[in-house]
Design a protein around this ligand. Structure first.
Ligand code: 4AD
Ligand code: MG
Length: 430
């Protein structure tokens, strides 16, 4: 069996062979300290002149940063070492000697690093971030699977817009004219929910965002649950439970990674239900109290969201937005038709909106009216209208952006580091 650094706890006192890369090294007289990485962790390997042959000592000496090699040695427990173990090396075999690695331990500018993204992924912080991302994705799947949701993937190539026509990526589509990359799997999730009751769709989504902010990607991952017989309150309850579950899962299993990221864990520990819930109207009051000149009916900007959320330790749910600024499919509040039964969840510490959701319009005539008001091509929405023709029920759902969630939980300012290969307005490489 191949042993990796993450398995070393089971091999203390044994001689093992590991394969990986040289992260960096130090030398002091008769000892070389090789910092070795294999993707599962980091391990300090000690090459002591007295323990190895002259050739092996020279072989270790010739290893350059990011050279791949095989190392054999005795596993020792070492509480002071990163990861808790050390290797007393008895043999080193080079697999491939690396050319001069462009990313050195010195500081590099972020533009340079993003150009080197394919190599940057090997650095410690980026490694930790991707491991947190992976744990978040696993928590997402576990959460819905444990609650009897069915995964129903929505298509990526679609004939129409879901979230407004201004951010659509268009692509030629054979004899059918144009198709668009999906902005959200929601409309299909609604059809799926009528077949399975509780579903989720989880995949890449696309927005031709012209804004160059730290919160926007043109390609990002979104998970969207959709539930039949859920109203807005049920929807908000689920969003709360979901977020608490994700944060607590990462806290439990990714301590080492959060430490590498220098995340203030005490902030995450406070993410416990119940979360605060305020209406859009109350949020507007908060802005006014803070001296913001805000007009009822406008959407919140990034700074507004920061002001609102900085009142709270946990994410805050803001509900009942003016329907004018929300999507066509959202149901209006029967008690006040000026507002939609919508909810946005704003993450603490200035990370802004991570979830957008709503109760859906389930009345055929009202929905038809909305499609016309929004100037949407009715013929493409006939199938969607069918859901209101054949056994329409109250239903709700929401979408969580994975990258914004990773940024928040990891404490990373810019969203570009939270996905393996970011796509933004000015970047589609590497
Ligand atoms: O609020 P949005 O646009 O909601 C929807 O798409 C609904 N159809 C979801 C639903 O009800 N099923 O997007 C949902 C989330 C946002 O809260 C944000 O986290 C993320 O998707 N998001 C982005 N993340 C990165 N870059 C972008 N350009 C994003 N746009 C939205
Ligand atoms: Mg939104």
């Amino acid at each position: 069996m191949k042993i990796r650094i993450c398995d070393l706890g089971k091999h203390v006192g044994e001689t093992v062979t590991l394969k990986g890369w040289l992260f960096n090294k130090r030398k002091s007289g008769k000892v070389q300290f090789l910092m070795f990485r294999d993707g599962s962790g980091l391990l300090q390997c000690i090459v002591f002149k007295g323990n190895v042959s002259e050739e092996v000592f020279e072989e270790a000496k010739a290893l350059t940063q990011e050279s791949s090699f095989e190392v054999t040695g005795l596993v020792k427990e070492e509480p002071r070492a990163f990861g808790g173990f050390e290797l007393d090396v008895t043999n080193v075999k080079t697999i491939s000697k690396a050319e001069e690695f462009p990313i050195t331990p010195k500081e590099h500018g972020v533009e340079f690093l993003i150009d080197q993204r394919h190599l940057w992924l090997r650095s410690k912080k980026q490694w930790a971030l991707m491991r947190v991302r992976h744990r978040i994705v696993k928590a997402v799947r576990d959460f819905f699977d444990e609650r009897d949701f069915t995964l129903m993937d929505s298509p990526i190539i679609t004939p129409n817009a879901c979230e407004g026509t201004s951010t659509l990526f268009e692509t030629p589509y054979f004899d059918l004219g144009s198709a668009y990359l999906t902005q959200s799997g929601q409309l299909y999730a609604e059809a799926s929910a009528m077949a399975h009751g509780k579903v989720y769709t989880f995949g890449p989504t696309f927005r031709a965002e012209k804004s160059k902010t730290r919160r926007h990607l043109t390609e990002f991952w979104m998970v969207e649950p959709e539930m039949a017989f859920y109203d807005l309150n049920d929807d908000m309850d689920l969003a709360e439970e979901f977020l608490e579950y994700i944060v607590q899962s990462v806290l439990k299993d990714k301590k080492q990674e959060l430490e590498i990221l220098e995340r203030d864990i005490s902030k995450l520990e406070k993410v416990k239900r119940p979360f605060p819930r305020i209406s859009y109207d109350q949020a507007v009051e908060i802005l006014k109290e803070n001296g913001v000149d805000f007009k009822w009916g406008d959407d919140f900007g990034a700074e507004d969201e920061t002001i609102i959320s900085s009142r709270y330790d946990a994410p805050v749910l803001v509900h009942r937005y003016p329907s004018e600024i929300k999507a066509f499919y959202m149901k209006r509040d029967p008690e006040n038709p000026k507002v939609a039964l919508a909810v946005d969840v704003l993450a603490p510490e200035g990370y802004g909106e991570i979830i957008g959701g709503s109760q859906r319009e389930d009345d055929l005539e009202l929905l038809l009216g909305r499609i016309k008001e929004h100037d949407l091509p009715q013929e493409f929405f006939e199938w969607y209208l069918d859901l209101r023709r054949y056994g329409s029920v109250p239903h709700s759902g929401f979408g969580l952006g994975i990258e914004r969630t990773v940024a928040w939980i990891s404490g990373i300012k810019h969203i570009r580091e939270t996905i393996p290969f970011p796509r933004m307005i000015y970047r589609n490489t590497p």
